[in-house]
Design a binder for this molecule. Structure first.
Ligand SMILES: Cc1cc2nc3c(=O)[nH]c(=O)nc-3n(C[C@H](O)[C@H](O)[C@H](O)COP(=O)(O)OP(=O)(O)OC[C@H]3O[C@@H](n4cnc5c(N)ncnc54)[C@H](O)[C@@H]3O)c2cc1C
Length: 593
């Protein structure tokens, strides 16, 4: 029996004489069925050609720079050697139990990374896109604009009239506008300690809402203009896959079918809900309802002590509501180091009516005078009446609501679409970015992934390989962290050292009356290279960016401690922490080691 098979370029549609830009295997390599063998590139896109069978590469029959068409010989493959080679089985690309995020091996798992325009157009669509983007949040609009800038014909589908998704319309931007208002109120209040009294603020809720909406409106209108300048076709309606190359969009004027060569799913996420609560009652709000700012309730219950719940608690507290937070876990904001959280907890414990940990709301009953909450856990009294309740228990990805199965796109049990480092799903010409493809659900993750997907489709050799995605809670004080946390370092047995600079020794922190902050650097014991950073204090979200850059550039404590930081600034706290690591600090007394 002949154990050697010839591996040839499969049917790649209309493409002929296209360039081999990469040979991904060499003689002697063991490959699995579906392992990518070569990458080819046309003027439209790139695609990887997978192996039709498992085996060991015997002889390569082409090289980078060769031109290939359907039937061109790629290699000789020893298929009998597969059994002898005992190649480990890769995880299935979209197993229901797979963790969210990047679970696919690079290159996807289908037969071709590109379906030519002629095939898609043949599907009898109303419109054709070289790149179709589903969802116009920060992921979607960034991907659409980048693809257009790279010369692609782009269609962007969004169900809402305004572009910008959750972030611009009901997330990052309106929440930060209200948090700014909250900060002005609390700063004015706290200046009474310095002898300046403004009296109780008069809050015109309608005007405040209008001001916040105006900021959002300016941004979303700006996006519409940017789409127009780039000739991106924006289609308003709900889009669902009809096949691997067509999305049907229910527009206000009827169904429009759009065919595509490549698609980027940027469908985002939705608010998660605890079942059995009276959602028909407008006094039970999600974050979108809370941002609407219908009124300022006398008593507000926030269910969920994560970032979104605590940011909204901060807003309503400053505006005059008595705030109670209930959290099932034993601490606020999971993910951040506990000592940073303690600084926030100490401040808000004084301001809020109550913070219940290890506790939950078992029942919520609408009454004429409010919503009656029945608590479980160490809560006293067990039953309490609130004028409004904010449900902030997390968000769920929208992967299961877009007809992905009709395109063959795998969606895991939680609704995430697993992707590889190029943001490819298991279907090679369909990509996913942002909240829908994994945690952390953050706008800056979505925009970076968007660029990777658009550039990959345009044939660039790129990957999502950020060393860290920073997290920020824009509470008062803010908490920001990046890279390794101390908790993770301990759990993973990583050898590290740390330097914590207390803001009580920062001239700038003292001059603004906010000396409770801490800036902490984690670094490699042997090399001094930065491993992670955590900051609690006002503007921590701005300060963390320098340390993200330091991590990405492989900076060590000397790099930070010898870079001259302007005085007096809060940015100096990173510099002082590095000086503490180096043992050269003079702004504090440090006992000799
Ligand atoms: C209150 C709040 C505050 C937040 N604050 C921050 C913050 O400060 N910083 C930060 O980084 N992140 C923040 N986030 C998270 C951030 O908003 C998300 O991570 C980000 O918006 C994700 O971007 P995306 O493009 O993946 O999805 P989204 O912004 O969710 O956009 C998806 C878009 O797809 C559309 N869509 C979905 N399905 C379809 C369909 N079938 N047809 C047509 N259109 C569809 C949706 O209408 C939506 O516009 C916050 C979120 C909330 C709720």
């Amino acid at each position: 029996m002949n154990d050697t098979v010839e591996v040839k370029v499969p049917d790649i549609g209309d493409f002929k004489e296209i360039d081999v830009i990469e040979v991904l295997v060499k003689p002697g390599d063991a490959v699995e069925k579906e392992t990518s063998l070569i990458t080819v590139e046309s003027d439209k896109a790139t695609m990887e050609i997978p192996s039709p069978a498992a085996g060991v590469v015997k002889q390569l029959k082409l090289k980078v720079g060769d031109k290939v068409s359907e039937g061109s010989l790629i290699m000789l493959l020893d298929v009998a050697a597969a059994a002898r080679a005992a190649v480990p089985q890769p995880a299935p690309p979209a197993a229901a139990a797979a963790p969210p995020g990047r679970t696919l091996p690079t290159g996807g798992s289908g037969a071709a990374a590109l379906v030519p325009a002629s095939v898609a157009a043949a599907a009898g669509a109303d419109l054709h896109a070289e790149v179709l983007v589903l969802g116009a949040g920060p992921g979607g609009y960034t991907a659409a604009f980048r693809a257009a800038d790279l010369g692609k014909k782009v269609v962007l589908i969004e169900r809402h009239a305004a572009l910008g998704g959750v972030c611009l319309n009901v997330g990052c931007i309106p929440s930060k506008a209200l948090l700014h208002a909250a900060r002005v109120v609390t700063e004015a209040e706290e200046m009474s300690h310095a002898g300046i009294g403004f009296g109780k603020p008069k809050i015109d809720v309608d005007k405040l809402r209008g001001w916040k909406d105006a900021a959002v409106g300016r941004l979303t209108k700006g996006l519409a203009a940017l789409a127009k300048q780039r000739k991106v076709t924006v289609l308003q309606g709900v889009g669902k896959f009809e096949s691997p190359n067509v999305i049907a969009v229910e527009t206000p004027g009827g169904v429009t079918r759009v065919s595509f060569d490549a698609c980027i799913i940027a469908a985002g996420s939705s608010v998660a809900r605890i079942p059995g609560f009276p959602y028909e009652d407008a006094r039970l709000m999600d974050s979108t309802g809370a941002l609407r700012l219908a009124d300022i309730p006398r008593r507000l219950l926030v269910i969920g002590g994560g970032i979104i719940g605590l940011e909204m608690a901060c807003v309503y507290d400053a505006l005059g509501a008595k705030v109670t937070v209930v959290e099932m876990a034993d601490g606020l904001i999971p993910g951040a180091d506990r000592d940073l959280i303690r600084v926030l907890a100490k401040r808000i414990e004084k301001r809020y009516e109550a913070i219940y940990l290890n506790a939950k709301v078992a029942k919520l009953e609408p009454r004429p005078e409010g919503l009656l909450a029945t608590f479980e856990g160490e809560v006293n009294p067990r039953q309490q009446m609130f004028n409004r309740v904010l449900m902030a228990v997390g968000r769920r990805p929208n992967g299961a609501a877009i007809g992905a199965e009709r395109a063959g796109v795998a969606v895991d049990a939680r609704g995430y679409i697993p992707v590889d480092k190029q943001q490819r799903s298991n279907v090679p010409h369909i990509f996913a970015i942002g909240d829908v493809c994994g945690e952390p659900m953050l706008a800056h993750k979505a925009t970076h992934e968007a660029k990777v997907a658009a550039e990959t489709i345009a044939g660039h050799k790129v990957a999502f390989d950020a060393l860290t995605i920073p997290s920020v809670a824009y509470t008062d004080p803010e908490i920001a962290w990046m890279g390794l946390t101390e908790t993770e370092a301990k759990q993973r047995g990583i050898s590290y050292d740390k330097a914590s600079f207390p803001w009580a020794a920062s001239g700038r922190a003292l001059s603004i009356g906010r000396e409770e902050g801490v800036t902490r650097l984690l670094y490699d014991k042997a090399t001094g290279r930065i491993l992670g950073a955590g900051i609690v204090g006002v503007n921590a979200g701005e300060l963390i960016a320098e340390l993200v850059l330091a991590l990405e550039m492989g900076a060590d404590m000397e790099d930070i401690g010898l870079s001259i930081h302007p005085h007096p600034t809060l940015s100096e706290t990173a510099f002082f922490a590095a000086e503490m690591a180096l043992g050269s600090i003079t702004d504090l007394y440090q006992a000799r080691k």
